[in-house]
Ligand binder design. Sequence first.
Ligand code: GDP
Ligand code: MG
Length: 382
Amino acid sequence: RRGASLTDLAEKINVDAAQLVQVLFSLGEMVTATQSVNDETLQLLGAELNYNIQVVSPEDEDRELLERFDLEFGEDEGDEEDLEARPAVVTVMGHVDHGKTKLLDAIRRSNVVAGEAGGITQTIGAYQVSTEVDDVERRITFIDTPGHEAFTAMRARGAKSTDIAILVVAADDGVMPQTIEALNHALAADVPVVVAVNKIDKETADPSKVRGQLTEYGLVPEEYGGETMFVDVSAVSRQGLDELLEAVVLTADAALDLRANPTMDAQGVAIEAHLDKGRGPVATVLVQRGTLKVGDSIVAGPAHGRVRALVNDIGEHVPEAPPSMPVQVLGLTSVPGAGDSFLVVADDRTARQIADQREARKRAAAQAAGARRKTLDQLFEQ
Ligand code: GDP
Ligand code: MG
């Protein structure tokens, strides 16, 4: 496991950690028992002691855990013929103060899929909008979590939650350091980018400068013969919003095959979660495949439970949530982390067993980290 120490290893192979320290010392490596050691050192030790040491990542470990219950989280979508088109999932990124929040708000206000309850009663950290492209109604899911931190956390956990990134650049300010940082995150995740050139209502706006700047970073506007759609918008005057949504749909159609199987047991990712005084643990999840239903037994990271209620982005209770739909889940026994994957399992018992094992691992990892910190503290005390 990543971050394993000689003490961890000693426990596993039932020897004294001090002996392992000695063996490594004789091989010219100075390592303390509680210090975390790298893979090569573990392999070196294994070779010396005639142990075949396999380094297992936390992701592999979790995969094995699920396999024991005959479960798999991931891309498998079951039968090809069950696949159906699903809405694109979009994250908004960009430099601070370039208008991400304002833009998300403006889009939500003018296009939110209003139901009977109508209006915007509640924010759940994600929402769906509807727009017409070539006379066909198309939905888009926006993830409303602040900035790209959540995006990075999710990607670090291997959960690809975003299909398309909207890169917001203020036309009066131009490309800034976090613009490039955000762009690099999107490129690293292999997510296509649509550029929203924002604040074009301002007198000092210079949208063509933004196009020129981003061209230098490889985002060449379509109108210059490139492949990236740039749309001039204003979150204040609301101009360009429909064009931006259309650009998202067109980019998805051109670059991505967005389909999912709504017939299978639901899987997805937790976008945000918190403890609500009245309702208990509340998690906003994005369904990525399958259909999540009230009554399902689910496990979300180290949390588990039975879905007691599902609440959509305008605060309505819904019986189920199909692929690409963000929905609040009530009924978990604890609060999962942002970026944790969730999946529906056969029964409550399975959910609890998986959650318990994950919780135990989380505790062990925290303890190991604590032990390492202690040795460092001791070093500084001296
Ligand atoms: P964020 O940090 O990227 O989320 O930026 P905000 O959405 O908080 O916006 C930063 C500031 O820019 C706020 O004062 C907004 O009112 C303002 N702002 C955002 N979009 C526009 C726009 O299109 N035009 C103008 N004039 N101001 C905007
Ligand atoms: Mg903001």
